[in-house]
Write a protein of this length. Structure first.
Length: 412
């Protein structure tokens, strides 16, 4: 179960908001709304595919941005679960030669199954790393001797899709109407996660429940929250999550929020909010000072976990000179970290910063699916209220064109 509480008051029109997103859903402005329904056939396909890859020791996912952040967030969120198999899920994203070399030194490529993930089928970082892997496998091109070691996840008809078709490589297609940053619950996330043992059916169930709840009566107050954020004078949104398991999730949120909402509106005015991801209680010792006494330009969402499923308590030990800390002796670390979240929220609230909180029962697939769709719905609604196209990213194209021209391509 996910619950929400807003620590500010705002009037919202739930029926109007539901109608706005229903209209987007019907027009297929973005297909993420229906991924939880349309992926039923995909689940069977992935199940069969997973059996064919049983002989590999590791799973490598090559992608960047929306092609990696969702799966990476899920793997970090879920890796503590006992049902996870012993395979490593390794992400190759950035063209940093030091990072690439370090990751490749850990991998036996000949015992690894490799996903090449690119919606466009031509992402420069992804295709460059793909070429590097082929070279490391002793290949100068993709051929039948290594085709069974790869799968491509891309748009149907993309250059990568055509390459896979011509070389008998397994392919999974991303629905045309689903952008990369909204694709965590498509094959982009589901296929790699299934191969390392996660329950992807539960992820979809959690997402479906949260989506259906919104279109019914919105118990998580997504409509009210979006109304406040879109109308307030705050320019920064901070996601303050109290568990290390959210380390990659907050990065996924930063992309979702930044690339979806930082736009020119219909009047060509620059709009949007700067997202930042924080981990409690670690960032209480750094970023919190800025929230408390810096500019009041931020809204903060706190996330807590009710049950960590770990019985770990603070020992009853008294250390000379540190007796003032003994008040926490015999109390659980779970109680400590959630008390820190509550205390920080109250402090932030008293400083005048608008805040809200989410609480989840457990760190599992069901709740992760719910969180994915919660933030996607929230993003879509804020985009509607700002009057922007939530699903494009024209601002990133110029840099790509300059890069291509700089490195000898044609550019545009």
């Amino acid at each position: 179960m996910i619950s929400a509480r807003l620590h500010y008051e705002i009037k919202s029109n739930l029926k109007a908001d539901q109608s706005a997103l229903k209209a987007e859903r019907e027009k297929k402005s973005s297909g993420y709304y229906d991924l939880v329904d349309s992926q039923v056939a995909l689940l069977g396909e992935i199940e069969t595919f997973a059996k064919k890859t049983a002989g590999f020791d590791a799973i490598v996912a090559v992608g960047i941005g929306g092609s990696s952040l969702g799966a990476k967030a899920a793997d970090r969120f879920l890796r503590h679960l006992p049902q996870r198999n012993n395979r490593k899920l390794i992400f190759l994203e950035n063209g940093d030669p030091i990072a690439l070399s370090a990751e490749l030194d850990k991998i036996n490529l000949h015992r690894s199954f490799i996903f090449i993930i690119s919606k466009s089928g031509s992402t420069i970082e992804t295709i460059s790393i793909f070429k590097l892997l082929l070279s490391k496998l002793g290949k100068s091109a993709l051929d039948s001797s290594c085709a069974d070691q790869f799968a491509f996840i891309t748009d149907e008809g993309s250059p990568l899709d055509k390459l896979g078709h011509n070389n008998s490589v397994s392919r999974f297609h991303i629905p045309k109407s689903v952008g990369g940053r909204f694709s965590a619950l498509s094959a982009v996330g589901l296929a790699p996660l299934k191969l390392v043992g996660y329950d992807i059916e539960k992820m979809l169930e959690g997402a479906q429940a949260t989506r259906d709840d919104f279109f019914k009566d919105d118990p998580l107050s997504i409509s009210a929250k979006s109304s406040f954020i879109a109308s307030c004078d705050k320019s920064v949104n901070a996601l303050f999550a109290y568990s290390n398991s959210f380390e990659e999730f907050v990065k996924w949120y930063v992309q979702l929020w930044g690339e979806s909402l930082g736009k020119l509106d219909k009047q060509k005015k620059r709009v949007g909010f700067t997202p930042t991801g924080l981990i409690g209680s670690v960032d209480q010792h750094s970023f919190l000072q800025l929230i408390m006494e810096g500019p009041l330009d931020k809204t903060i969402t706190f996330i807590k976990v009710r049950d960590f499923k770990r019985n770990l308590s603070i020992p009853s030990i008294s250390l000379t000179g540190l007796e003032k800390n003994d008040y926490v002796n015999n109390q659980s670390f779970e109680k400590l970290i959630n008390a820190q979240a509550d205390a920080t929220l109250q402090a932030v609230k008293s400083a005048g910063a608008p805040c809200d909180e989410l609480a989840i029962d457990r760190l599992d697939e069901y709740h992760l699916g719910g969180l994915f769709i919660y933030f996607e719905l929230l993003t879509s609604l804020v985009g509607v209220k700002l009057g922007v196209n939530t699903y494009d990213q024209p601002g990133v194209e110029l840099g790509k064109q300059i890069l291509e021209k700089t490195l000898g391509g044609k550019g545009q």
